[in-house]
Design a binder for this molecule. Structure first.
Ligand code: COS
Length: 377
C-alpha cells in the first residue's frame, strides 16, 4: 500500500469508527440508510474517487478505490456498496456519455449530493442478462419505456439510474442504455425488498409505465446497452471483491481477538490447534483475496484490463467472505449467533456478495470462456 492509500485508509477508519460503527446495529435492525452520512463521505471525496477532477472527482485509481471500499466495508457493507454502485454509474457516464450528459449528471454524483444506480436485472433475466424484456419504443423526440427492473441497489434513494431496455431484436444487440431520473413521469418504485443482509442499503423494483425518456438520455446509440452493462460489470466485479475482502478482514480481526480473550478448559481458545488452523486458513484466504483484487485493479488502472482476473477476484473474495464470516461465528460460538456481537451481521452481509454483479457461477462461466479462448489459440 502506498502512502496515499495508507492515508485514505486511516482517514476512513477514523471516520467510520466515529460515524458509522456506533449506529450499525440499530440501523441494521431499523433498515435505516443515513443520507447525511453518505453526503459526509462525499464531502471527504469518497463518493467520486475515480472520476476526473473536471467533473468533481478525485482523479484517483481503481486500486485506491478498492482500498477505500475495503476499509468502509469493515464497518458497513451497505455504505460501501452504495458508493461502489454510484461510482459504477459515474464510470458509465464518463466512459459512454456525451460532454453534455457528463456535465449534467456527474457533478452531483461525484460530490455525493446524489446517488447513482444501475438497473439491468429483471424478474426473468438475472444471469441471462441479454434476455431482458423492458421495452423502449422509439417515438417523436425520445422513447417510451415499459417494464420492471428488479433487485436494484439504492432503488428509491438514487436520483440517476442507468437503465437497460430493449429497443430492437431479441438478445444482446437489441439492448440500449438510458439515463433515467427520479421523478420522471411514468417512473415509480415497487416494493422495497426484505433481505437477509445489506439491510441499510435499500433494494427496490423500478417500474416503468409509459415513461417518456427524451432522446438526449440515450447513451451512445441504440443497441449499445449490453456492452455498456458488461463493461461496467468488469469494473464492478473488482470493487465487489474489495468490499468482500474488507468484510472478511473485519471478521478475521474480531475472531482472532475474541479467541485470545475467551477461556475454556483454563486456556485461551486461541491455544487450541483446531482453532489455530481455522484462523490460519481464514488469514490465508483474506490475503489471497486482497492480492487478486489488487492485481485486477492494477491491470485496469494500467489500461490493460483483464476480465478473467476481475472475475477470479470477485469469485475468490466473495467466497472467502462467506467462509470467513461463517467461521468467525463458529469461533464465537453461542454468542456469535446473537446480535450481541457483530459477526452474525457480517455473515448475513456476506451471502449476497456471492450473488450480485454476476453470481459466482457466472464468474466461472466467464473464466472458463477465457480459458477456452487462451488454450484454443
Ligand atoms: N465488455 C464489452 N462487451 C462485452 C463484454 C464486456 N465485458 N462481454 C460481452 N460483451 C459483448 C460481446 O462482445 C457481444 O457482442 P458482439 O456480439 O458484438 O461480439 C455481446 O456483448 C454479447 O455477449 P455474449 O454473447 O458473451 O452474451 P451472453 O448472453 O452469452 O452473456 C454473460 C454473457 C453470461 C457473461 C452475461 O450475460 C453476464 O455477465 N450475466 C450476468 C449478469 C450480471 O452480472 N448481472 C448482475 C446485475 S448487477 S447486480
Amino acid at each position: 500500500m502506498n502512502e496515499l492509500q495508507l492515508e485514505l485508509k486511516n482517514q476512513l477508519a477514523k471516520f467510520c469508527l466515529a460515524n458509522i460503527e456506533p449506529h450499525m446495529e440499530e440501523d441494521d435492525h431499523a433498515e435505516n440508510f443515513r443520507k447525511d452520512l453518505f453526503q459526509q463521505l462525499g464531502e471527504l471525496g469518497f463518493t467520486g474517487m475515480t472520476l476526473p477532477e473536471q467533473y468533481g472527482g478525485m482523479g484517483l485509481s481503481y486500486e485506491d478505490l478498492c482500498v477505500a471500499l475495503s476499509e468502509i466495508a469493515k464497518y458497513s457493507v451497505s455504505y460501501a456498496v452504495t458508493i461502489s454502485v454510484s461510482t459504477m454509474t459515474q464510470a458509465i457516464l464518463n466512459e459512454f456519455g456525451t460532454e453534455k450528459q457528463k456535465e449534467t449528471y456527474l457533478p452531483a454524483l461525484t460530490s455525493g449530493e446524489e446517488i447513482g444506480a444501475f438497473a439491468l436485472s429483471e424478474s426473468h433475466s438475472g444471469s441471462d442478462a441479454a434476455g431482458l424484456k423492458t421495452t423502449a419504443k422509439k417515438v417523436e423526440g425520445g422513447y417510451i419505456l415499459n417494464g420492471t427492473k428488479m433487485w436494484i441497489t439504492s432503488g428509491g434513494i438514487a436520483k440517476t439510474y442507468i437503465v437497460m431496455a430493449r429497443t430492437g431484436e431479441e438478445g444482446a444487440k437489441g439492448i440500449s442504455a438510458f439515463i433515467i431520473r427520479d421523478g420522471m413521469e411514468g417512473f415509480s418504485y415497487g416494493k422495497k425488498e426484505k433481505k437477509m443482509g445489506w439491510k441499510v442499503s435499500p433494494t427496490r423494483e423500478l417500474v416503468f409505465e409509459n415513461c417518456f425518456v427524451p432522446e438526449e438520455n440515450l447513451l451512445r446509440e441504440e443497441g449499445f446497452g449490453f456492452k455498456v452493462a458488461m463493461a461496467a460489470l468488469d469494473k464492478g466485479r473488482i470493487t465487489i471483491g474489495s468490499i468482500a475482502t474488507g468484510l472478511a478482514q473485519r471478521a478475521l480481526d474480531e475472531a482472532v481477538k475474541y479467541s485470545l480473550e475467551r477461556k475454556q478448559f483454563n486456556r485461551a481458545i486461541f491455544d487450541f490447534q483446531g482453532l489455530q488452523f481455522m484462523m490460519a486458513d481464514m488469514a490465508t484466504d483474506v490475503e489471497s483475496s486482497r492480492l487478486l483484487v489488487t492485481e485486477a485493479a492494477k491491470l485496469y488502472d494500467a489500461g490493460t484490463p483483464n476480465q478473467k482476473l476481475a472475475c477470479m477476484a470477485k469469485l475468490k473474495a466473495t467466497d472467502t467472505a462467506m467462509k470467513v464470516t461463517t467461521d468467525a461465528v463458529q469461533i464465537f460460538g453461542g454468542v456469535g449467533y446473537t446480535t450481541e456481537y457483530p459477526v452474525e451481521r457480517f455473515m448475513r452481509d456476506a451471502k449476497v456478495l456471492q450473488i450480485v454483479e454476476g453470481t459466482n457461477q457466472i464468474q466461472k462461466v466467464v473464466i472458463a470462456r477465457s480459458l477456452k479462448k487462451e488454450y484454443s489459440n
